[in-house]
Ligand binder design. Structure first.
Ligand SMILES: [Zn+2]
Length: 259
């Protein structure tokens, strides 16, 4: 699944190649975006591409927006005009063409075209916590939101939930907790304010590094049963939270919280 780092990278590439372009739109597959007809975007200028957590927002002149969420399996791919796509055209949900570039969306959990004024009414956008990768990110804001969710919430679930802080997926909640030396199963009531800020800062630093380099950390994620690269202890894993997605941690580098 694309996490906030991948979405920010995508937004940066789209900005560089498509921002300011007058676009034409195609929908080669059977699936249509929700909301307004895709043809409404034809001939409009793409003013701005924005990432917000795991959501990608395209803002067009005349006050229209295209809202995309890739879910577990979706992707956006950029091609030069006429270049051969890596997936069949009938699988494409929408294609934005401009500046000699084709931006193609394959799959995903959401694609809709709405007036800007309606954008914020989408429940998933409206409930989104502060974007971990925003330029003006202040860890005290999500730290306070995490506190307000109650002491029993597990740290790993708080990081993944999107409502308290947005952008973190399964890789970075495990890697961020490892970097901060905190067991992801710890109830937030047993985590100090300093530790909470430290885990948010550590996760943000890892994700921004991934935006820069395209490389994601691999200290614990999907390394269950393998030795920790820091201390040699066997990495553990456990399904965690409502969605039961697997969390990974090192029991020595991330000791369990004391009662
Ligand atoms: Zn270790």
């Amino acid at each position: 699944m694309a996490e906030g780092d991948s979405i920010l990278r995508l937004a940066q590439r789209m900005r560089a190649r498509l921002e300011g372009a007058e676009v034409s739109v195609r929908t080669p597959g059977p699936r249509r975006p929700d909301g307004l007809a895709a043809t409404e975007l034809n001939g409009r200028t793409l003013d701005r591409v924005e990432s917000r957590g795991k959501h990608l927002l395209f803002h067009f002149d005349g006050g229209l927006a295209l809202h995309s969420h890739l879910g577990m399996k979706g992707s956006w791919q950029l091609y030069a005009n006429g270049e051969r796509w890596r997936r069949p055209a009938h699988q494409a949900w929408i294609v934005l063409v401009g500046n000699g570039v084709e931006a193609v969306n394959f799959g995903g959990s959401k694609l809709r075209i709405v007036p800007e004024a309606q954008l914020g009414r989408d429940p998933r956008l409206a409930r989104l916590g502060p974007d971990l990768l925003a330029d003006d990110f202040d860890p005290d804001v999500p730290a306070a939101r995490i506190r307000s969710a109650g002491p029993d919430l597990r740290l790993g679930d708080a990081l993944l939930g999107q409502r308290l802080v947005a952008g973190i997926g399964n890789i970075f909640r495990s890697e961020g907790c490892f970097a901060a030396g905190i067991d992801p199963r710890t109830p937030v009531g047993a985590v100090s304010d300093e530790e909470l800020v430290a885990v948010l800062d550590a996760t943000r630093a890892l994700m921004l590094d991934s935006v820069e380099t395209g490389r994601q950390p691999k200290q614990v994620y999907r390394r269950a049963g393998m030795p920790c690269q820091t201390c040699g202890t066997k990495i553990l894993s456990q399904a965690q939270g409502e969605t039961a997605r697997t969390t990974y941690w090192c029991p020595s580098c991330q000791p369990p919280a004391r009662d």
